[in-house]
Design a protein around this ligand. Structure first.
Ligand code: SF4
Ligand code: SF4
Length: 403
């Protein structure tokens, strides 16, 4: 006798999807137009029709183990062609937001970042951390315009006369390196748990498993290259404009990461031997120019994403949700406060510059700390899913998953 599939709908999960932008999911009547028009789905593993029925049935466990949820780039083609207005692109977006919370580590923080109700705590926490660091370091002292011109924000966390290692550098490193390593560890824990869950249905010869080197070179590195090149975004039709926001944003992150690395090397390593390097990076330094170009690209990218999101809510009836707007808001805050601090520094108004700089540090800290759980996490989880896709299709897997 054929084995019966017992479906026990997770009603809370369905409720969550409806509140996170997937409110149209019940309209689907399984015509499969969406899978036919999706430019990213393969013939062997089409999506998102099957995900729509799983979502309607509340099959949470199946969905969180499905890499196709993350391979979707929310291009909107399926939603544009769906004859029932079921907006599968938005439903998949809502499932992704659930995935980041589900795999998030630590769970308490992942859950905290998933609701607008927690916004005061989400802002207040990092704001408090910076304030406490200022109190401990002896900050809170706004320099006169002449000193400010010479040292910029170099005394934001106080100053001592030990010329080999500035107090400011010490506090910046303590706060942001800790946040960075925390986010990196939390992301690693999250994608490891997801990979394990996705692999559960695969059959792998235990004597023929990939080495760490093969995981990196054969699966992860090609996925990273593909992410940076935005190849799959190129295939999108309806929301092709998103690439105009996504690309400059990503390039700006790469540029700003390079500048941060240079700044660490300059101030924290070489600065120990040449203390004059602790001051602001000169305006005409190539890395300062890269920082400014990256900042402009960053602000441009956010404006495009902001505009696209508002347009889809206005014109395509997409429901506004915290998951999308929190990241846009966070990034807008980073860009605008950074710009404000830079302009106030150039015109030498230390009080205003310090206020902007404080808000800038708070927003950057928020971006770092919440990266593994907010929409920003798609960068990590989608790249991991692309690596998993390559692994799934490789010779290491002897028997593929059945959908
Ligand atoms: S989401 Fe729309 S296009 Fe896709 S199967 Fe359902 S009704 Fe058809
Ligand atoms: S939003 Fe685009 S990529 Fe995602 S399922 Fe729909 S058509 Fe495919």
């Amino acid at each position: 006798m054929a084995e019966q599939l017992k479906v026990e709908p997770d009603l809370k999960f369905i409720q969550y999807l409806k509140s996170a932008g997937g409110d149209t999911l019940k309209k689907c009547f399984q015509c499969a137009t969406c899978s036919a028009v999706c430019p990213l789905a393969s013939d062997e593993k089409p999506f998102p029709r099957k995900e729509m029925i799983w979502a309607q049935w509340g099959m949470k466990d199946r969905l969180i183990a499905d890499p196709d949820i993350l391979l979707c780039h929310q291009c909107g083609d399926c939603s544009a062609y769906c004859p029932r207005g079921a907006k599968p692109g938005e439903v998949l977006g809502a499932i992704r937001s659930y995935v980041y919370t589900h795999y998030g580590f630590p769970q308490g923080l992942a859950k905290l970042t998933s609701s607008v109700k927690n916004l005061p705590v989400l802002i207040g926490g990092p704001a408090g951390v910076i304030l406490v660091a200022m109190a401990i370091s002896g900050g809170f002292h706004i320099p006169d315009p002449e000193t400010f011109k010479a040292v910029g924000f170099g005394h934001f966390f106080g100053h001592w006369d030990w010329r080999w290692f500035s107090k400011n550098v010490l506090f910046i490193d303590l706060i942001f390196c800790s946040a960075f390593f925390f986010a990196a560890y939390a992301s690693f824990k999250g994608i490891s748990a997801m990979w394990k869950k996705m692999s559960a249905g695969l059959q792998v010869d235990q004597n023929f498993r990939p080495s760490v080197y093969q995981y990196v070179v054969d699966f992860f590195w090609p996925a990273v290259v593909e992410t940076v090149q935005h190849k799959r975004f190129e295939l999108c039709g309806t929301n092709h404009d998103r690439i105009r926001g996504h690309m400059p944003l990503m390039l700006s992150f790469i540029g700003l990461a390079a500048v941060t690395g240079y700044s660490l090397l300059r101030k924290d390593v070489v600065g120990i031997f040449i203390p004059s390097l602790h001051g602001p990076i000169p305006l005409m330094d190539p890395f300062k120019l890269l920082a400014n170009v990256s900042a402009i690209a960053f602000i441009f990218g956010i404006l495009v994403l902001w505009n696209n999101r508002s347009k889809s809510e206005r014109e395509a009836g997409v429901k506004a949700n915290f998951y999308d707007w929190f990241l846009i808001g966070e990034m807008a805050a980073v860009g605008l406060t950074g710009l404000g601090a830079e302009v106030a520094r150039l015109v030498a108004v230390p009080g205003l510059a310090y206020i902007f700089y404080y808000m800038h540090l708070v927003s950057v800290l928020m971006l770092f700390l919440y990266m593994p759980y907010t929409k920003f996490a798609h960068l990590i989880y989608r790249t991991a899913a692309m690596a998993f896709e390559k692994y799934r299709e490789s010779g290491f897997v002897t028997q593929k998953q059945e959908d």
